[in-house]
Design a protein around this ligand. Structure first.
Ligand code: ADP
Ligand code: MG
Length: 365
């Protein structure tokens, strides 16, 4: 297979809007996908992911906005002229054809010679580890094998763009996790610009170069998995990706963010709003040893343990603050973290390093 990333295309989506009746399935979405990139559209069910993918594939026509592949405006080009490979959740294989015939189908459409076709199909089947299955019928394959056939069919003709809509969601958890890694490796091998749709945040974090988070037809944030996880831009992203506790903060006249009368952090940017939220990831909230010295570099909270959940390598500790807010901490169970000595009802102090504090504008919901 080709691994020439220069043969893949950029995709630029500009101000794309699509309405169904009064519903904005997409509302002025702009996203640039880099050549050779693995970009994931992540969002809850009904957020507009499929609508966007289908607009890129050419199966629906946006009301306004523009889609370009490299410099070419393809907004109204019919799907078969776009040269993209597609994989769907339900495989969409031809049940009456063999594995070989399914994978050969796009080459047949393109009138590739028999010899070349044979060579390319076998090569594609080798890539998805199905060399021995060419003559099998589709009904003789497992779910994972079917999805591999669908994949081989999507890239066998050397598309410069690969689009996948929840391709693993029909598989059970273990197989899905194996396929995530396989797909990532396949992408690296092919070097083809890939847009992947999922509602599973862990899958998105595992597979993507960058993630575009979609909420109610709008782009909520785009960035690398690390950026999205460590610097969520708003409350939607902070709660949809990973777990978070939220603490309301109020901006005082000197530009400090205050929690319960204590200034904890400066306002991080030029925004002028009064209400802010502190986002705390459970693994960043640390249990303080009794009587530990307090330092300026941390934010402290005192509370009572209301829940302890042992989960093997980690334990979840829930702490209720005086104001009724619950903070969640994920502690390592290895020796030294003293999780074993904790008890329900115990009074504890927890802290977060100010460098780990995420502050986002807006009232805590
Ligand atoms: P997702 O793939 O993120 O689950 P979709 O893109 O399928 O979301 O849908 C986005 C919104 O557009 C939803 O409110 C959905 O009900 C609506 N929608 C999608 N396709 C159609 C259609 N063909 N007719 C009417 N409404 C649609
Ligand atoms: Mg969908």
């Amino acid at each position: 297979m080709t691994s020439d990333a220069s043969a893949s295309l950029t995709i630029s989506v500009t101000e794309l809007t699509k309405k169904y009746g009064r519903v904005f399935a997409l509302n002025a979405v702009s996203i640039d996908v880099r050549a050779g990139e693995f970009l994931t559209l992540l969002g809850p069910s009904g957020s507009g992911k499929t609508t966007l993918l289908m607009a890129i594939a050419g199966f629906n026509r946006p009301d306004s906005g523009r889609i370009c592949f490299a410099d070419e405006d393809i907004t109204v080009l019919p799907p078969h002229k776009r040269g993209v490979g597609m994989v769907f959740q339900n495989y969409a294989l031809f049940p009456h054809m063999s594995v070989f015939e399914n994978v050969a189908f796009p080459l047949k459409l393109r009138k590739i010679s028999a010899e070349e076709k044979h060579h390319r199909v076998l090569e594609a089947l080798k890539t998805v580890q199905l060399s021995d299955y060419a003559e099998r019928g589709i009904d003789q394959l497992s779910g994972g094998q079917r999805q591999r056939v669908a994949l081989a069919r999507a890239f066998v003709f050397g598309p410069k763009i690969l689009l996948m809509d929840e391709p693993l969601s029909a598989l059970d958890k273990k197989l899905r996790e194996e396929m995530q890694i396989e797909l990532k490796q396949l992408h690296r091998q092919l070097g083809v610009t890939t847009v992947y749709v999922t509602h599973d945040q862990r899958e998105a974090l595992t597979m993507s170069d960058r993630i575009a988070v979609i909420n109610e037809g709008e782009l909520a944030q785009i960035g690398t998995p690390r950026e999205i996880y460590n610097r969520p831009a708003n409350q939607f992203v902070a709660s949809f990706i990973g777990e978070s506790s939220f603490i309301p903060l109020h901006r005082d006249d000197s530009g400090q963010l205050v929690h319960e009368g204590v200034a904890v952090l400066p306002v991080p940017n030029e925004e002028t709003g009064k209400e802010w939220s502190l986002v705390i990831r459970p693994e960043r909230l640390l249990l303080e040893k009794p009587k530990a010295k307090r330092t300026n570099g941390k934010i402290y909270f005192d509370g009572v343990i209301t829940e302890l959940v042992y989960q093997g390598e980690t334990a979840i500790v829930m702490i209720e603050l005086g104001n009724g807010k619950i903070l969640t901490s994920r502690a390592n169970t290895r020796a030294g973290d003293d999780v074993d000595s904790l008890e329900l009802g115990q009074t504890v102090s927890v802290s977060i390093d100010k460098n780990d504090a995420i502050v986002i504008p807006g009232e805590t919901k």
